[in-house]
Design a protein around this ligand. Structure first.
Ligand code: ADP
Ligand code: ADP
Length: 225
């Protein structure tokens, strides 16, 4: 597996310190939930790991390699957002295969991989549809397949379930857990919901005021004396 290590990781926006000197190792293959109040630095941390935001100080080390200054597509990470952002004019299959097309992978290979992932997320029957013909939950599954096609070592999820209705949210939760187990890769999932974190997390990391305040199992965090 691939451990992900944050070393003195810091993010400043002008005077604001959004993330202050984080030092943490995420063990390979774990389902991590990142919790904490709005504005505590969760998204900034995720975006720095993904490479969508620059690092002010410190570094991000994945599987022994310092990836802090690599472009997002070269880090071995992928990010899934709450607003899916599927391309409206592309079929579900082409959406999933998109990053492979950008890399110049031939059509049979990229469609083969896209079909496998559509099967994993239980969307094979919808491969030829357009995104606006899908429900929110279905679009989310497609977005997940699209992120996974890059074969990331670490998948970053920024409140992925917050746009879903409560019923779908609980169902997608189970699906995320199943898929993480099946692939054996690290998921780092930002959530506001304690019940969501309890249902999903092998490890909970709680941030407050730009620092990690607690990290451990659900038992450690919620039953601590
Ligand atoms: P969270 O995801 O926990 O809500 P964020 O990482 O989004 O926290 O924000 C942490 C802090 O950094 C907040 O004070 C926020 O206002 C500030 N911040 C986030 N992004 C920017 C930005 N692009 N420019 C300036 N300040 C930002
Ligand atoms: P979230 O609640 O998911 O953390 P926000 O609504 O805080 O998201 O941030 C949405 C976008 O606005 C992000 O791209 C973030 O970088 C930016 N942002 C957040 N806070 C600030 C801020 N204080 N100044 C400028 N940009 C900000």
């Amino acid at each position: 597996g691939y451990d992900l290590e944050l070393v003195h990781l810091t993010k400043r926006y002008g005077e604001t310190v959004a993330v202050r000197d984080l030092n943490h190792i995420f063990n390979a293959g774990s389902y991590v939930c990142l919790l904490g109040p709005s504005g505590c630095g969760k998204s900034s941390t995720l975006r720095m790991i993904a490479g969508h935001e620059s690092v002010s100080d410190g570094s991000i080390v994945l599987d022994g390699l310092d990836v802090s200054h690599l472009p997002p597509a070269k880090r071995g990470t992928a990010m899934m957002f709450q607003n899916y952002a599927l391309f409206p004019h592309l079929s579900v299959r082409d959406n999933v295969a998109f990053s492979l097309r950008m890399k110049g992978v031939d059509k049979p290979t990229r469609y083969g991989q896209a079909n496998e992932l559509l099967e994993l997320v239980d969307m094979s029957d919808y491969a030829d549809r357009l995104p606006d013909q899908l429900s929110g939950g279905q679009q989310q599954r497609v977005a997940l397949a699209r992120a996974l096609i890059t074969k990331p070592k670490v998948l970053l999820l920024d409140e992925p379930l917050s746009a879903l209705d409560p019923f779908l949210r609980v169902r997608m939760r189970a699906e995320l857990k199943r898929i993480q187990r099946e692939l054996g890769i690290t998921f780092i999932h930002v959530t506001h919901g304690q019940d969501e974190a309890l249902a999903l997390a092998d490890v909970m990391v709680v941030m407050n005021n730009a620092v990690i305040e607690q990290a451990g199992s659900a038992r450690d965090i919620f039953n601590a004396p």
